[in-house]
Design a protein around this ligand. Structure first.
Ligand code: AMP
Length: 492
């Protein structure tokens, strides 16, 4: 018998498929505007059908002659005017988004046109900045929804939880997903613009530390089963966003960072303002000594968060999960709170994180749902496979159970029937589409890692006795059709 891992959902998670793209706002609100993922890495575009408006806009913003001449300016203003008129009509009819931004932009464009008309006898110096401003306004008119390729899936799972009333299901709802994510990155080993994540989320009314621990136990069990090498689990608690907890810590951290600002690189200097916690993520050699002296969040957690963190650690110990506390583990996304964790593995160079996760209790509420607790993780599937390949643990392509070597027209018909019956019985079968000499067919069976070759020639067909060759030792035996099935079921 093979030692195949169980295929049952042993931790009780069900699959969810979330869309490849969503409104940009979903990611901006949840992941956070100041995170790298949202501010720099999302593939964002406008989704619209306004063909006529697109043409009018292109005509409006494309210069054909120097605008210094009065006529060229009038012509330009005509073109822009045509566009604005059409856009206003589309706005009224709801064919472009009826947002306050669009209303304001259209209004501004009208004023700029009127303003420029009074400047038509002025020189370029007066005209050009106003023309640039008007062009900007024209470009800002939104024709449709702004959407992004998903950079991660937690926000989408939370959206789905709200939209599909999953609150009515038995809680917690435990979901997993597998699929592509997209981030604009400089591609390198283990870092791609389209990569794959295997993720899981637990959503419901409870934030019991045992949930955090079981989620971590599950991913560690998975890695163990895959024999992933050099696995290291780091955990931390980043508290919650209250004055007596993370907010106070961030203020302290900010003050401490201001004191050492001159010694930090430009990225960290910028982050003091935008996202001070992210400075702790820095891998810059020159910053390591300075970071070691900064205040630590563990010393500033409120009582509830400290108790929760202690209980998570206890729960991990009860499950025999080995962890390392890492006070610098803050994660890059805004929605995390309390428990955060990251798992690294060997053979990956600098991109060695194979899994990241954490608790995000306020997220469902932030997206308009009921107060809900949540925790989840995402495994980087590409990196997982890379690491397994580096250590020679990547699973080989699954070989076939049976390769059917057939010769002759009659044998072909029998082979087709045999393949159908064997597949129905659950065996994996390779049936070559064209006739091959037996020697070649057996070589092919070997290359495909087949366990058996079923040999069907004229003799076998007329005798009703089929030859089964065991490829590992070359032994052969003859079977009637029903006996063959019984025999294979015992072996495989
Ligand atoms: P995150 O969603 O940023 O918490 O990432 C979770 C995991 O996804 C990381 O630990 C990586 O294994 C993987 N990952 C993130 N970004 C990339 C990328 N650009 N290419 C490949 N894997 C990635």
């Amino acid at each position: 018998m093979s030692s195949k891992p169980p295929t049952k959902a042993t931790f009780g998670f069900g699959a969810i498929r979330v869309p490849i793209f969503e409104p940009t706002e979903l990611f901006a609100r949840s992941i956070g505007l100041d995170t790298d993922v949202v501010s720099k890495e999302m593939y964002t575009f406008e989704d619209y059908e306004a063909t006529e408006l697109v043409e009018l806009r292109t005509a409006a913003v494309t210069n054909v002659a120097s605008l210094a001449s009065g006529e060229a300016l009038i012509d330009f203003l005509d073109r822009v005017g045509n566009f604005i008129l059409a856009a206003e009509k589309a706005f009224e009819a709801g064919r472009i988004p009826k947002t306050s931004e669009n209303e304001r932009t259209l209004q501004m464009a009208r004023e700029l046109i009127a303003n420029l008309q009074t400047f038509r006898y002025q020189g370029e110096r007066e005209i050009l900045p106003r023309v640039a401003e008007l062009k900007d306004a024209v470009r800002q008119v939104r024709f449709g929804d702004v959407i992004s390729l998903r950079p991660e899936a937690t926000a989408s799972v939370c959206r789905a939880y709200i939209e599909h009333g999953m609150r009515q299901l038995p809680q917690p709802v435990k979901l997993y997903y597998i699929g592509p994510m997209f981030r604009r990155e400089r591609p390198q080993k283990g870092r791609y613009r389209q990569f794959y994540q295997i993720g899981a989320e637990v959503l419901g009314g409870s934030d019991a530390p045992a949930i955090d621990a079981e989620v971590i136990e599950m991913v560690m069990t998975f890695f163990d089963r895959l024999e992933l090498q050099g696995v290291q689990l780091d955990i931390n608690s980043i508290g919650h966003s209250a004055d007596n907890c993370r907010r106070a810590y961030v203020e302290k951290l900010k003050a401490a960072l201001e004191n050492v600002k001159d010694k930090l690189g430009p990225d960290s200097q910028r982050r003091i303002e935008t996202n001070p916690l992210r400075v702790l993520d820095s891998k810059l050699e020159s910053e390591q000594g300075i970071i070691a002296t900064l205040p630590r969040i563990a010393d500033h957690l409120c009582e509830d968060c400290a108790t929760h963190y202690a209980a998570v650690k206890h729960q991990l110990e009860m499950r025999g999960v080995i962890y390392r506390e890492n006070w610098r583990l803050v994660r890059g996304l805004d929605y995390y709170m309390r428990t955060t964790f990251e798992i690294t593995a060997q053979g990956l160079g600098s991109q060695n994180a194979v899994c990241g996760g954490g608790r995000y209790d306020g997220l469902v509420e932030l997206l308009g749902g009921p107060p809900t607790k949540g925790i989840g993780f995402a495994i980087g599937e590409d990196r997982l496979i890379l690491s397994l390949q580096e250590s020679g643990k990547a699973p080989a392509q699954q070989g076939r159970d049976v390769y059917i070597a057939w010769m002759g027209e009659r044998a072909h018909a029998t082979a087709i029937r045999a393949a159908k019956d064997l597949r129905k019985a659950g065996f994996s079968v390779e049936l070559p589409p064209v006739e091959q000499k037996f020697g070649k067919a057996l070589g092919q069976a070997d290359k495909l890692g087949a366990k058996y070759a079923l040999i069907l020639g004229d003799n076998e067909v007329s005798e009703g006795l089929w030859t089964l060759k065991t490829l590992a030792d070359g032994s052969q035996a003859k079977f009637t059709e029903p006996d063959l099935l019984v025999h294979l079921k015992k072996q495989l």
